[in-house]
Design a protein around this ligand. Structure first.
Ligand SMILES: [Mg+2]
Length: 112
């Protein structure tokens, strides 16, 4: 599935089952909520916080929450007319031009 396919699939789903897109501000709140759900799993898996008995910290649960983040991101792109294929291509190019030596020259990244 390409990013264009994903944008089309989400748009089809919204128009078929979702009635219409939530407003951009509601989707921003949804995005924040979903990022929080990713943070909860990562914080309890790799951070100092302990897990609750009800927590599902499986890789499948993490992947599902990341997919929720991606879903809402795609909704925001669709409803504001952003082409994510073009955007990520430009973004990778920008990062390459700006940071092509930055991380390679960072000794913190090669020290264990
Ligand atoms: Mg979620």
């Amino acid at each position: 599935m390409t990013l264009a396919d994903l944008q089309q699939a989400v748009d089809r789903w919204i128009r078929t089952y979702g009635v219409r897109y939530f407003s951009p501000l509601t989707n921003l709140a949804q995005l924040t909520e979903e990022v929080g759900e990713v943070a909860r799993i990562l914080s309890r898996t790799y951070g100092d916080q302990s897990a609750k008995a009800s927590d599902d910290l499986s890789k499948e649960a993490l992947a599902d929450e990341l997919a929720d983040v991606l879903w809402v991101t795609v909704c925001l792109a669709n409803q504001t007319g952003c082409d994510l294929t073009e955007a990520i291509q430009k973004n990778i190019q920008k990062k390459t031009e700006r940071d092509k030596h930055r991380h390679i020259d960072n000794p913190k990244l090669t020290q264990e």
